[in-house]
Write a protein that binds this ligand. Structure first.
Ligand SMILES: Nc1nc2c(ncn2[C@@H]2O[C@H](COP(=O)(O)OP(=O)(O)OP(=O)(O)O)[C@@H](O)[C@H]2O)c(=O)[nH]1
Length: 209
């Protein structure tokens, strides 16, 4: 059973970014492989099951609208940070302000995690709307540098045109979530305590022979 459980991964992912950067487009593209032009202002949590390399992965994806004043919605914001195993932070390559907002979000996620005494959380930075290269105001190098200095992953994508790169975003994140979950040492349950106690006594008995 342990072997089977090791192949099951549950991942809570929060998608954040300023308005109109393509958060819903990206989420829906990953869930359905489709691009639907307009999505409305709905805050939703989607559940999506995929099997990759024999691993059964359940993504719970929280697509949430942006609130400029993070302090105004502190409780909800903290709730998201507590709930999340990982973040997808989206900006548009044609919108400098959305890129600056991602920089602020990284700092505020880190600060909230520290404040709540929680472990570091995996973050993927996504520059969307790569198809609008002629209107680009944020260089790829800037995204890459931000990721490098904040220990995040980085992708540039076009949610409007491409499924594969969106797939890479979520699967890159799941690998990191999996790694960070397996590195957390869980406190031994009662079974673990009984096991280690009996190991000590068995050793003693053998030692005294
Ligand atoms: N050209 C282009 N347009 C895109 C792309 N992704 C999304 N869009 C468009 O950008 C607009 C905003 O997309 P949404 O997915 O609604 O963005 P959002 O971040 O969820 O927006 P809010 O609901 O305001 O938070 C829509 O008109 C989309 O059709 C892309 O890769 N390329």
């Amino acid at each position: 059973m342990t072997g089977l459980n090791a192949l099951k991964v549950d991942a809570n992912v929060v998608v954040l970014g300023t308005d109109r950067v393509g958060k819903s487009a990206l989420t829906v593209r990953f869930l359905t492989r489709r691009f639907i032009g307009e999505y409305g202002d709905i805050e939703s949590i989607y559940s999506h099951n995929v099997i990759v390399d024999g691993r059964d992965i359940t993504f719970n994806i929280w697509d949430s609208p942006y609130c400029q004043d993070l302090s105004r919605e502190t409780t909800l914001y903290e709730k998201r940070v507590q709930w999340a195993d990982g973040f997808v932070l989206v900006y548009s390559i044609c919108d400098r302000a959305s890129f600056n907002a991602v920089t602020k979000l990284i700092q505020s996620i880190k600060a909230t995690k520290d404040y709540l005494g929680m472990d570091k959380v995996p973050v993927v930075i996504v520059g969307n709307k790569k198809d609008l290269n002629h209107r680009r105001t944020v260089l790829s190098e800037e995204g890459r540098l931000l990721a490098l200095t904040t220990a995040c992953q980085f992708y540039e994508v076009t949610a409007a045109e491409n499924y594969h790169s969106i797939f890479m975003v979520f699967h890159g994140l799941i690998d990191r979530i999996h790694a960070s979950k397996s590195s957390i040492k869980r406190p031994a349950g009662i079974k673990g305590i009984v096991k280690s106690m009996s190991a000590v006594f068995t050793r003693k008995r053998t030692d005294s022979l």
